[in-house]
Design a protein. Structure first.
Length: 149
């Protein structure tokens, strides 16, 4: 009997079963529901011709990374949460711009005024850059790519 089994007072058979199950990753219900919703949205996006339903499916697909980033920050509490929130905000603005474009093109059958969506798209870049910069700055280890001060 292993020392660990003796310390924890479990049988060798139970210890072997626990070790075998430890390597199996079972996604939670929330993750399974998330993946199922994304799969349905993907079918809804790639299946029908351009309609309001297709625009909604695209919005769901685009919002998924935002939801995943925010949920990941809440669950795993990273050292640099602001960086992840900035990345989520950038993705959110990008999908908002795409959704406005899709609704205008597919539902209203018109062209989107660039003055309406361009600020959304342009705001993505500083948010994403700031998030990535914060992540790079918080990474452990040597920084060979940075110049000495």
């Amino acid at each position: 009997m292993s020392q660990r089994a003796v310390r924890n007072r479990i049988s060798p058979k139970a210890a072997a079963a626990a070790a075998a199950n430890a390597s199996v990753i079972r996604p939670s219900r929330a993750i399974r529901a998330f993946v199922a919703a994304e799969a349905l949205a993907a079918v809804g996006y790639f299946g029908p011709p351009p309609t309001a339903a297709k625009a909604a499916c695209y919005a769901v697909l685009g919002a998924a990374p935002v939801v995943a980033l925010v949920a990941g920050v809440r669950r795993y509490r990273p050292a640099q949460p602001l960086a992840w929130h900035l990345l989520a905000a950038g993705q959110g603005l990008f999908i908002l711009g795409d959704t406005v474009n899709n609704l205008d093109a597919w539902v209203l059958r018109g062209a989107t005024p660039s003055s309406l969506v361009d600020p959304l798209y342009l705001a993505v870049y500083p948010l994403q850059a700031a998030g990535l910069l914060l992540l790079i700055r918080s990474a452990p280890g040597p920084r060979a790519a940075t110049a000495p001060a």
